[in-house]
Design a protein around this ligand. Structure first.
Ligand code: ATP
Ligand code: MG
Ligand code: MG
Length: 547
């Protein structure tokens, strides 16, 4: 029997299809347009869209826009863009606000059935009468209004007769219910606020619990998947559907995904943006989808990450190292190799003729022979990394040192003969000779060298801006630390340096990813212009955080 490896939600869906409970499944992804999508949302996107890709069905994109105050069309556009970039397409683009009329009708139905009432209590009074998990609540003095009276009052609420906060519509369930959320939950509140889609038409807005399940039902969503904190809401979700006698969507919960060394809460991410700790929602240090994209992450790597972390029933912290592993895996397959020296020292090839440029050739990607070769100019003066030369080498140092040989990638073997120091004793120039007949691909010398270095011709080197990113927070679990999360921001999360690149890098396209040999993966940033190329370090080649 073929190994299926289904997650627990896929198992439920498969069972429902096999039993004939459904012939087609419908899911929805329901973002509130109050911020940009982050890596946690990516997990929910992969789950919801992944389910209907795997089994027959479709997924709606539904903006959960019932809170007029925090929402914005900028967010709507970014969310659509990010989902498409992730490689998914929704069946219908929908808005909870499109259902405001229908939801109002549902509320009227409940009132008519004696299952909802207008409460004139303040929010403090409502909270006081709510009771505690161990003590029952008490009935509101307005609980026994007649349906007729409630219908009139609710219509007046809708027509703007009352100020914000002066009245609410509540379900009439049970003030002694063991589930606190069933103690006459609020269904509607008064908010004289402009809504990004409905404008000033409404001054009452449905609460999440009244909007979400009913919206699922209107769309005949079969499996409504949400995060664990909504588990206690399921009882109310089912109660409303049952009392209204509408399509029975069903809610399932999975664990919210948290990543270490970062925050995944839109409220906190918004503060990072507003208080200037990062340069916008798409700053490459942000765990947003747009930040990861700019950093050089690919949709494939993010989907792979979501697949690997799977779907859990319990909350846990996921190591950001896994996300980095996934992007390394993908970029290793697809990124062209280029040589860029980030911290140069000059090497003079003393036996190479002055004023001559010799072309060397190197494969663009050893993992992909179809990627072809590129030309690299070799001249008398080159740059190598400072750290690739040691005056007094340690035992296992196979790079350049006096009397030692290394291969220059794609070019010759060189032998170090001498060096020049300045007054401070720093090495300013290394003198080498190249070994004739040792050119890569046509080496007949039989010399075996252990080290291969990346290098660039000093004459041809292009200066590029390189942005080296590190983790945004210096502690693993930001939310478990005392005080404000801003106190734990890593002050060295961005370092900007100048790199010296081989000429082929100048042809990079915006967003294109490269492996800078021996240094890591880098993507060309949108801040680049004709005079200055900018590259973001996506990730180093190896996990060197623990070192
Ligand atoms: P935040 O706390 O960041 O504001 P949210 O849950 O309020 O998150 P929504 O816009 O309502 O954000 O989220 C849309 C969908 O994505 C919801 O179904 C939600 O459960 C899911 N989601 C949000 N954050 C995560 C996460 N960290 N892990 C998994 N799913 C998530
Ligand atoms: Mg939400
Ligand atoms: Mg939220």
């Amino acid at each position: 029997k073929e190994e299926k490896n289904l997650n627990f939600i896929e198992e439920i869906v498969e069972g429902d299809l096999q039993s004939g409970k459904y012939t087609q499944i419908i899911t929805r992804f329901p973002p509130e347009p109050n911020g940009y999508l982050h890596i946690g949302h990516a997990s929910s996107i992969c789950l919801n869209f992944g389910l209907t890709k795997k089994f027959q069905g479709y997924t709606n994109l539904r903006f959960d826009d019932t809170n007029p105050v925090t929402e914005d069309t900028e967010y709507v556009e970014s969310i659509k863009n990010d989902i498409r970039w992730m490689g998914f397409e929704w069946e219908n683009e929908l808005y909870a606000s499109d259902y405001f009329d229908k939801l109002y009708e549902f509320a009227v139905t409940l009132i008519s059935k004696g299952l909802a009432y207008v409460d004139d209590s303040t929010s403090e009074e409502i909270a006081t009468l709510k009771g505690t998990p161990t003590e029952p609540g008490k009935d509101s003095p307005y609980r026994n209004r007649t349906a007729e009276e409630n219908l009139v009052l609710f219509e007046e609420m809708k027509n703007g007769a009352f100020p914000d906060g002066s009245r609410t519509l509540r379900a009439k369930i049970d003030m002694a219910h063991i589930n606190m959320l069933m103690r006459d939950p609020i269904l509607y509140r008064i908010k004289h606020a402009h809504h990004h889609r409905t404008g000033d038409k409404w001054c009452i807005y449905p609460m999440y619990d009244f909007a979400h399940g009913q919206s699922d039902s209107i769309e005949t969503v079969t499996h409504s998947i949400c995060t664990l904190e909504f588990a206690p809401h399921r009882e109310l979700y089912d109660w409303l559907i049952e009392q209204l006698g509408i399509y029975p969507s069903q809610q399932y919960e999975f664990a919210r995904r948290n990543l270490n060394y970062t925050v995944t809460s839109k409220r906190k991410l918004l503060r990072l943006v507003q208080e200037g700790h990062v340069n916008g929602w798409n700053d490459p240090r942000m765990p947003t989808i747009s930040g990861l994209r700019r950093r050089g992450y690919t949709p494939e790597s993010i989907r792979d990450f979501c697949e690997r972390i799977g779907v859990a029933r319990r909350e846990n912290m996921i190591d950001v190292g896994l996300l980095e592993f996934c992007v390394r895996e993908d970029l290793n397959k697809i990124a062209s190799r280029r040589m860029v020296v980030l911290d140069p020292v000059k090497v003079l090839i003393t036996n190479f003729p002055e004023g001559v440029t010799e072309m060397c050739h190197s494969e663009n990607n050893p993992e992909d022979m179809g990627a072809g070769m590129r030309e690299i100019p070799f001249t008398k003066e080159i740059f190598i990394e400072k750290e690739d030369f040691m005056e007094v080498p340690s035992k296992k140092y196979f790079r350049l040192a006096p009397g030692k040989m290394v291969r220059l990638k794609g070019a010759y073997i060189i032998l170090c003969n001498d060096m020049i120091k300045n007054e401070e004793g720093e090495i300013t120039e290394v003198h080498c000779s190249y070994v004739e007949n040792s050119k890569s691909g046509q080496d007949t010398t039989g010399i075996n060298v252990k080290g291969t270095l990346h290098w660039v011709s000093a004459l041809h080197a292009a200066e590029v801006e390189v942005r080296l990113y590190d983790r945004l927070f210096s502690v693993e679990d930001v939310s478990s630390e005392e005080g404000d999360f801003q106190d734990y921001i890593n002050p060295k999360s961005l370092e900007i340096i100048t790199g010296y690149a081989e000429p082929a890098l100048l042809e990079a396209k915006e967003g294109e990813s490269f492996q800078f040999l021996r240094k890591g993966y880098f993507a060309k940033d949108s801040d680049s212009n004709a005079a200055r190329l900018v590259f973001n370090r996506t990730v180093t080649l190896r996990d060197n955080w623990t070192k």
